[in-house]
Design a protein around this ligand. Sequence first.
Ligand code: NAP
Length: 242
Amino acid sequence: MILGGTREARELADIASGERGFDIVSSLAGRVREPILPAGEVRIGGFGGVDGLRKWLTGNGIDAVVDATHPFAGGMTANAAAAAKSLGLPVLHVRRPGWIEQPGDRWTRVPFLVVAAETIAGLGDRVFLTVGRQGVAAFAESGQWFLIRAIDPPEDAVPARHEVLLARGPFTVEDEIALLTDRRIDVLVTKDSGGPLTEAKLTAARTLGLPVVIVDRPQLPEGAVQVETVAAAWEWLRARGT
Ligand SMILES: NC(=O)c1ccc[n+]([C@@H]2O[C@H](COP(=O)([O-])OP(=O)(O)OC[C@H]3O[C@@H](n4cnc5c(N)ncnc54)[C@H](OP(=O)(O)O)[C@@H]3O)[C@@H](O)[C@H]2O)c1
């Protein structure tokens, strides 16, 4: 089973679904209204915690688990590690590398969204918030104006002064510079998702000399086996094929 919701998960499912000896099922949380579906069998929705996942893995005869969820899907990752461990199943975590600060960047790294909300206080009034719709509530009490970009509209509390921009990456540097300029953005807030699809905003902020508040990733569970690329994940999976 591939736990998905990412480009890496889709790419791995695309590769493995077509291969003899592999029976792949991808799992999505069901958060995005119109998800981009991977090739092959797909199931959608939570399992009901570790116990639910254990039952599902057993009931569906799963031999190996690839956790290719987003680096910030820490709950699902922890559940996958715990369920697989208790059943003695091999589990691999696919984590693309985080973004690395470049010369000219003005980054402040913070451990959590709530700390990001505190940190922006001294950095300007107009904030570009790209933390996913589920992360917006952490800024609900903030007095600044926010440009909130997300794939679907936020459902929880939002800051009083804001504009919602619905969009799905990839984005170009030119478009990001135009957006930051047009909305007169003072500061960008993002999570360290990594990967090329949404990196352009960081280049744009560097180009315009804007500060960036970047939220660090949650840690992987202790002892987790981890790879950074789809190619490495496929190698791992192939070693387990019949
Ligand atoms: N967090 C992000 O920034 C982000 C960004 C892009 C994509 N995504 C994708 O969106 C999904 C949800 O992310 P999240 O941060 O809300 O996760 P999360 O907080 O780690 O997970 C919360 C719960 O959602 C369910 N869930 C999460 N991923 C699932 C999956 N692939 N298949 C089935 N159930 C899943 C599980 O419910 P049960 O306990 O009921 O099993 C899990 O305990 C993930 O698949 C992730 O790859 C997340």
